[in-house]
Design a binder for this molecule. Sequence first.
Ligand code: NAD
Length: 342
Amino acid sequence: MFAVGGLSRIGEEMDRLGARRALVLATPEQRADARRVAEILGERHAGVFAEAAMHVPIETARAAVAEAKRLNADCAVTIGGGSTTGLGKAIALESSIPILAVPTTYAGSEVTPIYGLTEGGLKKTGRDPRVLPRTVIYDPQLTVSMPKQLTATSGMNAMAHAVEGLYAADANPITSLMAEEGIRALAVGLPRAVARPDDIEARADCLYGAWLCGTVLGAVGMALHHKLCHTLGGGFNLPHAETHTVVLPHAAAYNFSVAREAMARTQRALGAKDAASGLFDLAAGLGAPMTLDQIGMRASDLDRAADLAVAAPYPNPRPIERGAIRKLLDDAFYGRRPGPLS
Ligand code: NAD
């Protein structure tokens, strides 16, 4: 459901799912949002579990599953970003109860069957139709509170799904249309949302773009960019959306000469001169962090990151070569603007 103020109709949506006892999930920072949902749900709410954390630590997942069982919950309501949606997915994976997701960032997890769980510092991801939320409420009002930096980086994270979706090995004409439109909607919405966080039309454009980009992520396979971000996030504990923001222009530059059509479509959707520098300039204009250095990477770890990134093969338009990947990481570390590409 897309609606300004749509959150107030969450009870009806729960009824539609045939559920009566919701466990409401959030991060500790969004506990107040979870309480608001619980209030709207009234008797339909069984409890609040506001312990969601980045990358779904297995201990948190186990505690949430136990809480859902203890309360006899028959659905999970998630209000928050990808971390909170991810915790709902961990419960659904274990118990098959439906998820009603209320996203408050642009991560897109609410429309994918992809889950992640982190155990002993290692994040494992998988796909399972049981974790795909059954209902999603997109309410732009809930994104107004996003800090400017999260607005910018979360939006670039969404765009990354679409850029990689355009050159995915299993892309199809429909996912490519969605990807292009998703990039376009975010490119017009993000600068306005960052300039005026309470611009509801801009917020609606961004959320619409995030839905499109997330749907692409759920439908087709990702490549170099997502692999690199997964390596950097999991192996070096870098923050998720920021890492996507810094790496994306460089991953696009890496694939530029091979993924011609995808790059032409990205460039068109951005209204830029070329895809890689267009992504770079958009992120810079939003005031997002532009270097791996700024977001916690150490120069001395770049070699190990390159080794990890080339260790296992994965699909990508341009072959993965250690030297070129090391250079990409160097460019991302120092935030060099991709030069003119042809
Ligand atoms: P997040 O969910 O970790 O949120 C970051 C912080 O911002 C949290 O403290 C959160 O409470 C807060 N926040 C969220 N929305 C807010 C709002 N509107 N106002 C104020 N604060 C708000 O960040 P994220 O980038 O949305 O999600 C990242 C996680 O999602 C990663 O673990 C990533 O792997 C996962 N993810 C999964 C998929 C998938 O398909 N499975 C897709 C994208 C991301």
